[in-house]
Design a protein around this ligand. Structure first.
Ligand SMILES: C[S@@+](CC[C@H](N)C(=O)[O-])C[C@H]1O[C@@H](n2cnc3c(N)ncnc32)[C@H](O)[C@@H]1O
Ligand code: SF4
Length: 431
């Protein structure tokens, strides 16, 4: 109750809105054409909603892989691409990310066809960033990924002690996952990222230190180390939320994060986002890198300056809508200038550095005039360095400011994704 009140107050302070709500107003093709006209470049996110297993902590939109469903899904995505081709009107696409679910379930089941179609129909000026599951990194699949133009690969390793892998129900051992990574590292990817989850129940500082050293030894060029986020609509999220104290967890995670930071900095890595460390001189693996993007597939979300909208989360309903020539968009929200600024700032803070001039170019107003007071306070307590143009968050700053943001984002995501996961076409979702 108290947290709900505080959340509302702070949200109102930053967005000037009493209520942030998505509704089922679907933007028409004509309106989307107008929106895209004002955009110079964009990113593409493609969602593959299939997995071979359902992990007990995972908040993402997914269902168990099935060959027939994936074939129909591929056909629907091809048609959705065709719907957008005239709307995008040859705008350069400078970032392409395929996430899930587990996109590698569709290797040999239509993923190559979708990627080819995207490169044929859109003005692609970038390589593919792809999420993968360790058990899918066979020699044949690695060949296929290279042929598809994947240059940036992420692998969901998650833990490097067998007892933790078992607890989070991952279907491999440490020895097996190391072999998978070895096979991938031997290829020519620009950047391989390992996803790692820390602050698992009972995990010790010594275990986190050992796992971090192992990640460095594996020869990957990036590691994204996330604390276990407790989404209340996942089984593990519910179990841990009932047993753990959230405030104690925030301080414990900071201690763990310091161990991780120390090891990666000593090994030639630098911070590339709140949770990621990238080897110096490497282009980072990351989700869509440009501020405006189009989302394809079930639950794909699109952000076009003053509107954010999401497709239905239901795979069956997504396929049905496309087959019937209807829009798969389920929910949208019009964003006021204040909300756009808050969203812009959220993502730049996530990246831990940004330029005030980029804000000014986007919003035609002075960054210092808008956020000067907050900036002064955060600089005084050592959370960021405020240069004449460049703003750089310190390690403490990126941790604590993001912990503050998580107070909102986990709650917002849980409401939007939690509702959309059970209702294919919700009327309204209030965040
Ligand atoms: C879509 S999955 C990665 C690809 C593949 N599905 C897999 O599991 O290997 C994206 C990543 O999100 C992270 N993740 C999922 N649920 C999480 C949670 N509750 N807390 C922290 N990280 C989480 C995991 O690190 C996971 O690798
Ligand atoms: S963590 Fe990966 S494999 Fe597990 S359910 Fe989520 S998306 Fe699927």
């Amino acid at each position: 109750m108290v947290s709900h009140f505080v959340r509302k107050k702070i949200s109102r302070y930053f967005t000037k809105e009493n209520e942030i709500a998505f509704n089922n107003h679907i933007p028409s093709c004509k309106l989307l054409e107008e929106k895209f006209r004002g955009i110079h470049e964009l990113g593409i996110y493609l969602h593959i909603p299939f997995c071979n297993q359902i992990c007990p902590y995972c908040p993402y939109n997914k269902e168990i892989f099935n060959k027939e469903a994936s074939r129909k899904y591929k056909d629907a995505v091809l048609k959705e691409i065709d719907r957008y081709a005239p709307i995008l009107a040859n705008k350069p696409v400078t970032s392409f990310y395929i996430g899930g679910g587990t996109p590698t379930t569709m290797i040999g089941n239509g993923l190559g066809e979708i990627i080819n179609h995207i490169y044929k129909r859109f003005n692609m000026n970038c390589y593919v960033h792809l999420e993968s599951h360790p058990n899918h990194l066979t020699l044949d699949n690695l060949d296929a990924m290279e042929k598809m133009g994947v240059k940036y690969l992420s692998v969901g390793v998650e833990a490097l002690q067998d007892r933790h892998l078992k607890y989070i129900e991952r279907p491999y051992t440490v020895a097996q996952v190391k072999k998978s990574i070895e096979r991938a590292v031997a290829r020519n990817f620009e950047c391989i990222n390992i996803d790692f989850i820390f602050d698992l129940p009972g995990q010790t500082e010594a275990e986190i230190e050992q796992a971090s050293r192992e990640m460095v030894k594996m020869g990957v060029r990036q590691a994204a180390t996330y604390p276990l986020f407790r989404f209340p609509y996942t089984r593990l999220g519910r179990e841990i939320n009932n047993n753990g104290n959230a405030i104690v967890a925030i301080f414990r995670r900071r201690k763990f994060m310091k161990v991780i930071e120390g090891i990666f900095y000593d090994s030639g890595f630098e911070r590339s986002s709140v949770w990621a460390f990238t080897k110096k001189g490497t282009n980072k693996y990351c989700s869509v890198t440009v501020p405006l993007y189009l989302g394809l597939g079930a639950s794909g979300g699109s952000y076009l300056k003053d509107v954010f909208y999401v497709n239905t989360f239901s795979v069956i309903e997504y396929i049905k809508a496309i087959e019937e020539g209807k829009s798969p968009i389920a929910l949208s929200i019009d964003l006021t200038e204040e909300m756009q600024m808050a969203a812009w700032l959220y993502w730049r803070i996530y990246e831990t550095r940004f330029r005030k001039s980029d804000f000014e170019e986007r919003f035609h107003t002075s960054f210092d005039r808008r956020y000067g007071n907050q900036l002064k306070l955060l600089t005084q307590i050592g959370f960021l360095k405020n240069g004449s143009d460049q703003i750089h968050l310190s390690d403490n700053g990126s941790y604590w400011i993001h912990a503050f943001e998580d107070f909102f984002s986990i709650n917002y995501i849980s409401k939007l994704w939690g509702t959309s996961g059970v209702e294919p076409w919700p009327e309204r979702v209030v965040l």
